[in-house]
Design a protein around this ligand. Structure first.
Ligand SMILES: [Zn+2]
Ligand SMILES: [Zn+2]
Length: 258
C-alpha cells in the first residue's frame, strides 16, 4: 500500500480520464492520494474530486506562483475553504522566486496568511519552495508553522534545508526527481532523511519518474519513487511503503483511511 501525498487531479491531463487514473492507482497498489489546491478559482473542482472518492482527500490554498485569481485569498476565505471535512491540509503554499521577478513581498504575505489559517484550523501545511529556501524556513519560524507541522513537498533542496525543516517538525516528500540520473545530491538527501519523516509523491501531471520520464505523470507512478528510495537505502520496498503510508496518516490526521 502506497499513498501519493501530492498530485493535481483537477488538472486537465488527469481530469480527462479520472476513472482510468484512479483504477491504475489501485492496480499499482496506490491506495490513497492527496489532491492539491493551487487557485481560488479551481478549488471547487479540487474539493469535488475529494468528495467524490473516499480514498482521495484535498488541500485548500493558493500556489505561491499563481496570479490567475487576480487577487489574494483572505484569511477568512482560507478558513472557510479549509474547514471542509475532506480538506486535510493547507497549501500548497510557500515561496518560489524562480518564476517571479521584482518585489516578492506579496509572496511572503500570502505565505504568512496560509500559515495563520493552518494554525487557526489545526491542519498541517503543504509547502512548496524553489530558489527561496532560506526565506521559506525563516517565514515558517516567524509564523510558528511548527505548531501544525506539514511537509516540504517535491523536495529538491540540500540536506541542511531538510534539517532546517525537520527541526521545525516538518516531513520531507520526494517526487520523481529523485529517480533522475542527474539528481545525485538529492539521492544523497533521500538516503539520509529518517524514514519516519519521509513521504512520497508524484506532483502529477508533472515530473514523471524514470522509466516514464518526459511523459505525463499520474499517481500510480509513485511506486517508482518508493522503489528508488528503497534501492538507494538498500532496504525492502515494503519498508518504504509502510513507513511513508503510516507517516501520511499520522501527519494528515483528518484523513481516515476508507
Ligand atoms: Zn509545488
Ligand atoms: Zn504541486
Amino acid at each position: 500500500m502506497l499513498v501519493d501525498s501530492h498530485c493535481h487531479l483537477d488538472f486537465p491531463e488527469l481530469q480527462a480520464d479520472l476513472a482510468g487514473v484512479l483504477s491504475r492507482m489501485r492496480d499499482n497498489g496506490v491506495s490513497h492520494a492527496l489532491t492539491i489546491s493551487t487557485t481560488l478559482e479551481t478549488f471547487p473542482a479540487v474539493r469535488a474530486v475529494a468528495h467524490g472518492h473516499p480514498n482521495v482527500w484535498c488541500s485548500a490554498g493558493v500556489h505561491p506562483d499563481e496570479q490567475r485569481d487576480g487577487r489574494e485569498a483572505t484569511f477568512d476565505e482560507l478558513l472557510a475553504m479549509g474547514s471542509d471535512a475532506r480538506v486535510v491540509a493547507i497549501g500548497e503554499t510557500g515561496l518560489d522566486y524562480y518564476r517571479v521577478e521584482g518585489d516578492t513581498e506579496w509572496q511572503r504575505d500570502r505565505f504568512r496568511t496560509h500559515i495563520r489559517a493552518a494554525r487557526s484550523l489545526g491542519k498541517p501545511l503543504v509547502i512548496h519552495t524553489r530558489n527561496a529556501a532560506e526565506d521559506t524556513l525563516r517565514v515558517m519560524r516567524e509564523e510558528g508553522a511548527g505548531e501544525v507541522g506539514g511537509v516540504m513537498h517535491c523536495f529538491t533542496e540540500t540536506w541542511e534545508v531538510a534539517q532546517g525543516a525537520m527541526d521545525q517538525g516538518f516531513h520531507i516528500s520526494f517526487s520523481g526527481i529523485v529517480t533522475f540520473k542527474n539528481a545525485k545530491d538529492l539521492k544523497e538527501v533521500a538516503k539520509r532523511v529518517p524514514l519516519e519523516r519521509m513521504l512520497v509523491e508524484t506532483d502529477s501531471p508533472y515530473l514523471a519518474p524514470v522509466p516514464h520520464r518526459g511523459k505525463p505523470n499520474q499517481p500510480a507512478f509513485v511506486k517508482h519513487v518508493a522503489e528508488e528510495i528503497a534501492a538507494l537505502r538498500g532496504i525492502p520496498f515494503d519498508e518504504v511503503a509502510r513507513a511513508t503510508t503510516d507517516n501520511f496518516f499520522r501527519l494528515f490526521r483528518h484523513a481516515r483511511p476508507a
